[in-house]
Design a protein around this ligand. Structure first.
Ligand SMILES: [Zn+2]
Length: 201
């Protein structure tokens, strides 16, 4: 191939890459990922993702918050996404403290009342936190990673803005082993006991 043809092909490829949204080209796996922000969770590595493969949304806990819904809905309805993967992980920081503790410690550090805070600062019309209890719920602390993963799948599955034909799965990344598993399917139980403790799904 002539060098100029090689160069022009690369320029075209870059144009297709840069103009993907304008051209209506979805990400390569048509995939939206919801994952915890934790630095021990190597999302791209465990899902085998290359640049261009997926939209990846990360927050504290890998939870279906309002902004997660907003991002998933845009990805699905306007950017061609057909599949959702939720990734939670063992030893998540969201299990390391109670809601009461988080609210108490935070309000000790900052000079502000929940009732004076906008729930969504970019949209003041959505109002302020009605009280300290609701402010606490907003942090979404949880106690059990398997349960919380199932719960996130359910919330997305039942959400009116997520079409039924979108495939939704959730997995737990074990920081102690480096492997993924399905909720409640802990191989470590099966190999260490004669009881079937993995059959809670
Ligand atoms: Zn986490």
């Amino acid at each position: 191939m002539s060098t100029y043809k090689f160069i022009e092909e690369r320029i075209k490829e870059r144009e297709r890459w840069a103009l993907r949204r304008q051209l209506g080209i979805p990400n390569d796996r048509r995939l939206w990922v919801l994952a915890c922000m934790d630095e021990r969770l190597p999302v791209e590595e465990v899902l085998g993702l290359k640049p261009g493969d997926a939209h990846v949304f990360r927050n504290a806990g890998g939870l279906v918050t309002g902004d997660a819904i907003r991002s998933a809905v845009l990805s699905i309805h306007f950017f061609g996404t057909k599949e959702i993967i939720i990734l939670n992980h063992t030893e998540c920081g969201m299990m390391s403290a109670t809601t009461d503790f988080v609210v108490r410690e935070l309000l000790n550090k900052v000079d502000v009342k929940p009732e004076d805070l906008d729930i969504e600062p970019g949209i003041p019309e959505l109002g302020k936190f009605p009280n300290k209890e609701v402010f606490g719920k907003w942090f979404r602390m949880f106690d059990e990673v398997d349960l919380i993963t199932q719960e996130q799948i359910r919330i997305l599955r039942e959400h009116p803005l997520i079409p039924d034909d979108v495939v939704i799965n959730g997995y737990i990344y074990e920081v102690e082993t480096g492997f993924l598993r399905k909720p409640f399917q802990r191989l470590s139980y099966k190999v260490n006991t004669s009881k079937d403790m993995g059959a809670r799904t």
